[in-house]
Write a protein that binds this ligand. Structure first.
Ligand code: PLP
Length: 386
């Protein structure tokens, strides 16, 4: 028997708290019934806090990619010119969606592992020959573990040209970061259920500015399931246009209860403390970090083992010996980095476990004594920041 409890530390899906699992197991109700309307109304409202908006948040029954796609189809007209910032695998996904539907797509490439440099980006925009309708970016680029300076970018865009729509993919950080649609000049902010919101996969969320809502009605790009006007019309009736995942809607409300009990500011703080502790621990184990401190995401951390053999050994031994699952790299970082997810239901002690396991694995593999080194650094950070 394996004495180690399974520990899922991927950047989505995440472990799911018991309270949420309980909500998922309640008896089904009809989705066209007052029973569901009560659940739905609560869910639309409950999500406002973590998205930093006064508008009720739309909920689609589909994975995160669906709202990447719908944010584009509902903001960009067929002939518009717009910019996609690509800094990793999920930026590439925005790019692929863009190139599926549109011809006037401008790609701004950022080196993987780096944040967007806002000044450079604004210089790039000012040199484009076309008027731009919208800019799309990730908030946390999950494939590199960078948190982009979205608030700074939003302000700069607003100063540059009031008319530009700013669309942000927050799939892997909403629920763990401070964001405010008005303050940060974000028009559309999307996320999914299985990352920092610690639900099972299957729901996707759209928060929007009033100006974006207006735009959704004017845009002519064809779309059906992803037509956000349908979701907004239904939302006003405490309903959804198509059959929703009723259990997951209940789970949204169970999630909100947990966040309210912890206090959302504390939830954010917990993620940052864990990030800082883990980074100190990895450094103590001579594991190089891909991302600089200033732009490191509070939800996922990427590190660079010495070579591919060490990388494979770490990932597989964590799983076989300690029952801990972490993630590899994606796209051009595949085989180069490992990623530890620490979003949603993670406690400092969960991370202490993976640090301790890494000490054991590296001590054997490198024939260097790391025992106690990572966990000491980790605990020092937890002690000083908590
Ligand atoms: C996971 C993720 C997505 C895609 O979500 P799916 O639910 O897999 O469709 C999009 N963007 C980012 C930043 C992600 O981390």
């Amino acid at each position: 028997m394996n004495y180690y409890e399974p520990l899922l530390l991927t950047p989505g899906p995440t472990p799911v708290p018991n309270e949420i699992n309980h909500a998922l197991g309640l008896p089904m109700v009809g989705h066209r019934s007052p029973d569901f309307e009560i659940i739905a109304k609560k869910a639309f409202n409950n999500l406002k806090t973590i998205f930093g908006t006064d508008n009720e948040v739309m909920i689609l029954t589909s994975s995160g990619t669906s709202v990447l796609e719908s944010s584009m189809l509902n903001i960009v007209n067929p002939d518009d010119h717009f910019v996609v910032i690509v800094s990793g695998a999920f930026g590439n996904r925005f790019k692929q969606i863009a190139e599926t539907y549109y011809t006037n797509v401008h790609i701004y490439n950022v080196e993987w592992g780096q944040p967007v440099d806002v000044n450079d980006f604004m210089t790039y925009l000012s040199h484009l020959e076309h008027t731009i309708t919208a800019v799309f970016t990730q908030f946390c680029e999950t494939s590199t573990a960078v948190l982009h300076p979205v608030a700074e970018l939003g302000k700069a865009l607003k100063l540059f040209n009031q008319a530009i729509y700013f669309i942000v993919d927050g799939v892997s950080c909403i629920g763990a970061v401070d964001v405010d649609l008005k303050r940060d000049y974000i028009d559309v902010l999307v996320s999914g259920s299985q990352k920092a919101i610690m639900l099972p996969p299957g729901l996707a969320f759209v928060a929007y500015s009033n100006r974006a809502l207006q735009r959704f009605q004017e845009v002519t790009t064809p779309r059906f399931y992803l037509n956000l006007n349908k979701y907004f019309d239904s939302l006003q009736q405490d309903s959804t246009p198509f059959t929703p995942n009723v259990g997951l809607f209940r789970a949204v409300n169970a999630y909100a209860d947990l966040i309210n009990a912890e206090g959302f500011e504390n939830t954010i703080k917990r993620h940052y403390i864990i990030r800082d502790g883990l980074r100190a621990a990895l450094r103590a184990l001579d594991l190089e970090l891909l991302v600089e401190d200033d732009f490191a995401s509070p939800t996922v951390t990427s590190f660079i083992p010495i070579d591919k053999d060490e990388l494979t050994h770490i990932k597989s031994t964590l799983k076989t010996k300690f029952n801990i699952t972490i993630a590899g790299g994606q796209g051009k970082l595949k085989g180069k980095i490992l990623r530890i997810g620490h979003m949603g239901k993670v406690s400092p002690f969960d991370i202490l476990a993976v640090v301790s396991a890494l000490e054991v694995i590296l001590t054997d593999y490198r024939q260097t004594n790391y025992i106690g080194q990572g966990i000491t650094k980790f605990s020092e950070v937890i002690h000083s920041e908590a």
